[in-house]
Design a protein around this ligand. Structure first.
Ligand SMILES: Nc1ncnc2c1ncn2[C@@H]1O[C@H](COP(=O)(O)OP(=O)(O)O)[C@@H](O)[C@H]1O
Ligand SMILES: [Mg+2]
Length: 381
């Protein structure tokens, strides 16, 4: 057996029902989500968490029995209009194969295709002619017809509910869009999509949840998160032992080729994020395909290489000192402040150093305790 075979098993891909054997933890999150799907009569729900934490994976496991469910992705980026257009288009596409919905889906799809080509074609024409203002009245320039699109979306949904009964729509990848655009789009369509028997789950960027939780559910003057989402399920980082379990399940065939310490260090490095765990293991394997077995030194070298390569976090002398003092420490903020004070740093400086390292994500919080991020545990910066 050669080490490079491991790379196949470390692919960073969202899991789905067929990969159930690889899924660790998340039972209670999935229970909540499936309960929402089953018992809530209607509404928009969020699934939030940092990238790589498992939002897409969790969405793939929402599967309440006998309920019609569709999943769509949104990937366009340029504007709120295009988010709505893409949403409607992709929903229509996903319904095309459904007997009694085929015709409606087809006609919505065509309408959108037409609209988009008119608007795009027109603006392309304009840009070829050159100046806009002098030759055309701006009111004559075709624009995305937001209101009509919103109506099409609503019609399609209510038709689906009519035909299929309860309908669950999963919208993924919005977590990658700009936060405000996401909220603006949802806010703009929410009143149109609140039907009985229609449930939407949307994956959300971490930043939205942070506001939801910390800022008393405020978003800005015009919108309010609480008015948009009936609830947001936050995916916590996994525990270190879950991460280790994840790696062991993925690599079970090869476990004899990997020293226990390697898994330990990779799990530290991940800080509870499955994507980071897969990535560091992949890097380590990739750097060491010639080795006969993965040992502690291999992964440490890879980590040091990464930390040097991405010297993206310039630190002051004091910050560096604090990082050194924090190695191996875990606990309340006071404990960290005390550690700094013991080494002669003034109290006010200690607080600001602590905050700076939080800001830089070098110090992280896990279940009420602070600790040095696993990214820095084994490498000096
Ligand atoms: N609970 C889990 N158990 C095992 N692997 C997971 C779990 N959650 C996520 N992963 C893995 O982590 C990676 C990131 O997951 P993904 O669902 O794509 O995250 P997100 O959508 O939040 O960015 C994927 O490779 C996936 O297979
Ligand atoms: Mg995702």
């Amino acid at each position: 057996m050669a080490l490079d075979e491991l790379i196949n098993y470390l692919a960073d891909r969202p899991l789905d029902i067929d990969d159930r054997r690889y899924l660790v933890n998340r039972q209670s999150d999935l229970e909540s989500l499936n309960k929402i799907a089953k018992y809530q009569p209607y509404g928009i729900f969020g699934i939030a968490g940092e990238t790589g934490i498992g939002k897409t994976t969790v969405l793939n496991f929402i599967s309440p029995q006998d309920i019609f469910i569709r999943k769509i992705n949104i990937t366009l980026r340029d504007s709120v209009d295009s988010i709505l257009y893409e949403l409607t288009y992709n929903l229509a596409r996903s319904l095309e194969g459904e007997k009694k919905l085929e015709k409606d889906a087809q006609s919505v799809k065509e309408w959108i295709t037409n609209e988009v080509s008119t608007v795009r074609g027109f603006s392309l024409g304009l840009s070829m002619i050159g100046s806009v203002g002098t030759n055309f009245q701006t009111s004559n320039i075709p624009k995305f017809n937001f209101f009509a699109a919103r109506e099409k979306l609503a019609d399609l949904i209510s038709r689906t509910v009519q035909v299929k009964g309860k309908f669950i729509l999963l919208i993924d990848e919005l977590d990658k869009e700009k936060k405000d655009d996401v909220l603006r789009t949802i806010d703009a369509i929410k009143s149109q999509i609140l039907f009985d028997n229609f449930i939407v789950f949307i994956s959300l960027p971490y930043s939205i949840y942070r506001e939801y939780a910390a800022d008393r559910m405020r978003w800005n003057e015009s919108g309010n998160l609480e008015n948009i989402f009936k609830d947001i399920v936050f995916l916590e980082p996994l525990s270190k032992s879950d991460i280790k379990e994840l790696l062991i399940r993925r690599l079970s065939k090869y476990i004899g080729l990997i020293s226990e310490e390697v898994l330990e260090i990779a799990s530290d490095f991940a800080d509870g994020n499955p994507r980071d765990a897969l990535w560091i293991m992949y890097k380590t394997v990739f750097d060491n395909t010639d080795a006969s077995r993965l040992e502690r030194e291999h992964i440490l070298k890879t980590i040091r290489g990464i930390v040097t390569e991405y010297k993206s976090i310039p630190l002051t002398e004091n910050q560096r000192r604090a990082v050194d003092l924090f190695r191996g420490l875990a606990g309340t903020r006071d404990k960290f402040i005390e550690q700094l004070q013991k080494s002669g740093i003034k109290r006010t400086t200690a607080y600001s150093l602590f905050n700076q390292l939080i800001e830089k994500k070098i110090l992280i919080q896990r279940n009420e305790t602070y600790q040095l991020s696993g990214k820095y545990k084994y490498a000096s910066i």
